[in-house]
Design a protein around this ligand. Structure first.
Ligand SMILES: N[C@@H](CCC(=O)N[C@@H](CS)C(=O)NCC(=O)O)C(=O)O
Length: 339
């Protein structure tokens, strides 16, 4: 390929786009950010953003989506400044936290954005401009209506409904609290250098703490440290990571274990109930989170995520598995691997 800048299509309002742009900046991978659709480029198999265009062996661009495997592919194609810890046990914990960011925090993001009137108004008014800021007010108004109605009608996908609203909101507040405490000790989730879990949580938090008015107010009022962390995460191209900057299983930070307990309280029961519902062909997932009822439609992609985590766990050797088990003991995350 003549142009060595990796083309990426996405939008500033997309948490996964923000996750990936921040990875590219931190890793110093040259890219070009396409903020609108380009008909000359191939379409991905699934209509999601961000889309990465990788050249194949013949130099033809192929469209890829799904941030988690793309991060692993970038690790292979661009050496240095890795966001995946070298120790397999710590890498496993990182992957679990990355999935929590991608698959659980996104529930809070989507819920707040399309549940509350102030938030609907904000997202509905601003997001349509991201395609093209010169669009007329009339065009924007029509898009605002269409887009908001579509997104509100899809709240069920992430499991936001009257039963789950308070569970999702309580979990967002607890996560901010735990992250804030952790950041008093360490600048990143996995140590003194950023890992893919940081980027996943960051992506969702760009919207939650800095865009959508209801969750942003909560963050600004009580967690200015987290607000600042999010702004800093956007561009760590100037950070020089220490080779041994990731945490280790000996002396594992207690504040990170507290975050894992939060993961075990919410993400774990819902991921398990979701996978069980899909296995049994049920049309509703029901469980309890934190003693409160949870009900949503099954989400097949999240059952796959659980399968990937289980495969990864099964691949750990005995020593790595023991060290992971020791960290996850009594966090409820260990339930993910008990069949
Ligand atoms: N698992 C995917 C999720 C990507 C995703 O859900 N993207 C959202 C935007 S943030 C999307 O494209 N939704 C489809 C739509 O809005 O039509 C990833 O990690 O990249």
């Amino acid at each position: 390929m003549t142009d060595s800048c990796l083309p990426v299509q996405g939008s500033p309002g997309s948490p996964y786009t923000r996750k990936m742009l921040a990875v590219l900046r931190y890793r110093r991978i040259p890219y070009r950010f396409l903020q609108s659709e380009n008909d000359d480029l191939p379409k991905p198999k699934v209509g999601l953003i961000p889309i990465f265009y990788f050249a194949d062996d013949h130099g033809e661009l192929q469209a890829e989506v799904d941030s988690t495997p793309i991060i692993r592919r970038l690790e292979e194609e661009y050496p240095g400044r890795s966001v995946i810890p070298a120790d397999p046990a710590i890498a496993f914990i990182n992957n679990l936290l990355e999935d929590y960011g991608d698959e659980w925090l996104t529930k809070a993001m989507f819920h707040y954005r399309w549940h509350y009137q102030d938030d609907i108004e904000m997202a509905g008014s601003v997001l349509p401009h991201y395609q093209d800021v010169t669009q007329s007010d009339g065009t924007i108004a029509a898009m605002k209506k269409m887009f908001s109605e579509r997104q509100i009608s899809r709240l069920y996908v992430v499991g936001s409904n009257d039963t789950t609203a308070s569970v999702i909101e309580d979990s967002y507040k607890r996560f901010l609290h735990c992250l804030n405490n952790h950041l008093k000790e360490l600048p990143f989730l996995m140590g003194t250098r950023p890992a893919s879990a940081d980027f996943a949580c960051f992506g969702q938090l760009t919207q939650l703490t800095q865009f959508d008015p209801t969750p942003a107010k909560i963050a600004a009022a009580s967690y200015p440290r987290v607000h600042a962390w999010v702004s800093k995460m956007e561009d760590h191209s100037g950070l020089d990571p220490a080779e041994d900057g990731f945490v280790s299983t000996t002396g594992f930070p207690s504040t990170l274990r507290t975050i894992l307990k939060e993961v075990g309280r919410t993400y774990v029961p819902v991921m398990l109930a979701n996978a069980a519902a899909i296995d049994q062909g049920l049309d509703e997932v029901t469980t309890e989170v934190d003693g409160k009822p949870w009900a949503q439609e099954p989400f097949p992609y999240q059952a796959k995520c659980l399968q990937w985590i289980r495969i990864e766990y099964a691949r750990l050797d005995d020593d790595d598995k023991n060290r992971v088990d020791e960290i996850l003991k009594d966090t409820n995350c260990e339930q993910l691997f008990i069949k």
